[in-house]
Design a protein around this ligand. Sequence first.
Ligand SMILES: [Zn+2]
Length: 291
Amino acid sequence: MRPPHGVQDLMHHNSPRVRRVTVVVLDGLRPDAIERFSLFTIARLAQRGAATMRGRSVTPSVTAAAMATLLTGAAPERHGVQSDRFALPKSRGLVHPWPLLLGDQGFETTVLMARIPALYLTVAQGFARLLGVGETRFAGNSCREIAGDAIRVLSRQSSGVVLVHLPDADRAGHAHGWMSPEYEQAVGRLDNALARLVRTIDLEDPRELVLVCADHGGGGARQTAHDSAHPLDTTVPIILAGGEVVQGDLGHDVGFADVPATILWSLGVAIPATYAGRPLVQAFQRSEVAA
Ligand SMILES: [Zn+2]
């Protein structure tokens, strides 16, 4: 199996010194909410890091499909999760979840997300283990609680990946509409939770990579949904920060599917050909070395 064109070269010429990747998924955060609602922490991360406010979600732009792409690197038509209903996917091909690949190299993965109904817990834990996730924590009901637990994980896990999913903006969007006053409050809470979390990470340290993104937008075709092809539903912010990251615009043609490829690449692990995205090498110090 050959990696996508050029990636092999990049692996040889340019291996960042990243040891730990902290991925924060702000579910349903529209990029234009950052300026409109003065989300200070997210805006500052975007300014000092490498960022785009025009990233592409996956198709369909729903959380289950996006999270499956995030964990497997595969596009929805390959991994098979193509709706937001809780169901075991009918995968159309082999997938290579990065937590498994990282585990082979001794990197641990911890996933933190909101509490789910007890009925689903065993299935979800079992599914996460199949993907190679070392520990899945259903760490509370709000971004405040989940970020608090993530900070405890970060204090003891100094390498590998800590993946944090924060649901607040999406919930407010579905209940009250994207950009509604309730949505504004929710994204404000997200920004505060992210501030607390990021404060515990030394962003000058070349071993640290922080990747903040949304899985989809919302309020495109309908005020309280995000599954249409409308740009407001499918456009997401993607932000990278850390000691190896150079400040700047990530450029055009960047998508949520590039996040899993970037996780593998930044930790020096080869990217399987089943990955739909490409590593965001333009965000890193020495990317000009790469062919
Ligand atoms: Zn949603």
